[in-house]
Design a protein around this ligand. Structure first.
Ligand code: GLU
Length: 302
């Protein structure tokens, strides 16, 4: 495995020049583009890494997984009256579909859905930002994970489209809390800084029917772990989700910070990271690393 990761990294890292680092906020635009890392955590406790696997980056949309699990734990099935579970076929921050569908987001991993999930956290957890942070720290077994204050501030300043989504849902009665509090919750989770190795470990419960190795209680039910993986399989990779299922065949989520996580049920979690993104918003190098690793190891679920 170690040899394979090293080979893949040296083969695909040079492709970073084909992508473009997210530049909607200055804090992300200034990240060094040549960085690349990969970490594979397995259910039997092994961790294999290559490249910049211990370098922290901006979690961004990958945070939507953790928030969703917290919201499912609090609301149970009633969550699914407020958000759907269908692929959107629209850009992740689209407003048009939300208007058409009366403020019910297509799924919890597009921005509208994630903002709705943030509302659940604000409305149903006291000190919801701290609750999110302690959830992710407990899963990663790392107390030093923090939100990056500069990224957080920058997201707030440039968050007009997300604010529009939130106010539109509020106008349909699908947001309970005050919109500024909901947006602060969402931007806080996006601004978390984490590494490939920490992220792979933190998501092992999704490969293990809801049970995190080393923690006494289940993180979520077996059924909810199945549901999260199903949503990631159909909607986790922006408008490249179908192609990713077609070529790779694993539940996965990417974020504009350049990370992609892929869940391998009954085996473990792969996280790859490299900042430059393709035209869909998925990391060019991380995509290559995960696709080729999955192919070499025969990991596709289908
Ligand atoms: N903070 C970004 C936004 O909400 C996250 C985007 C992403 O990673 O998909 O616009």
């Amino acid at each position: 495995m170690q040899e394979l990761l090293d080979t893949l990294l040296s083969r695909y890292q040079p492709l970073y020049t084909q992508g473009k680092v997210a530049d909607y906020i200055p804090a992300l635009a200034s990240v060094a583009p040549q960085q690349a890392g990969i970490a594979v955590a397995t259910l039997d406790g092994q961790l294999f890494t290559a490249g910049d696997a211990h370098q922290r980056f901006s979690l961004q949309s990958v945070s939507k997984i953790f928030a969703l699990v917290m919201a499912m734990n609090r609301l149970g099935d009633s969550l699914w009256q407020r958000v759907n579970m269908e692929p959107s076929g629209q850009p992740f921050n689209s407003i048009v579909q939300l208007e058409w569908e009366k403020g019910i987001p297509r799924n919890p991993v597009i921005n509208a859905g994630a903002i709705l999930v943030s509302d659940v956290l604000v409305s149903h957890y006291s000190a919801s930002k701290a609750a999110f942070l302690s959830f992710i720290r407990r899963l990663a077994a790392t107390e030093t994970i923090m939100a990056d204050a500069v990224v957080f501030q920058s997201e707030l300043e440039h968050g007009n489209r997300n604010a529009a989504l939130a106010y539109l849902m509020k106008s349909f009665g699908n947001i309970e809390a005050d919109v500024p509090a909901v947006l602060a919750q969402y931007f806080h989770q996006c601004a978390i800084a984490i590494s490939c190795s920490e992220l792979s470990r933190a998501l092992l419960f999704l490969a293990n029917r809801g049970v995190q190795p080393g923690l006494p209680d289940a993180v979520c039910s077996r059924r909810d772990a199945h549901r999260v993986n199903a949503i990631l399989s159909t909607s986790g990779m922006y408008d490249q989700s179908g192609e990713f299922a077609f070529n790779v065949g694993l539940p996965a989520k990417s974020g504009v910070g350049g990370a992609i996580v892929a869940i391998v049920p009954q085996y473990g979690v792969i996280t790859a990271w490299s900042p430059p993104l393709n035209r869909y918003g998925n990391s060019v190098v991380a995509m290559q690393l995960i696709s080729h690793l999955a192919e070499e190891l025969g990991l596709s679920l289908f």
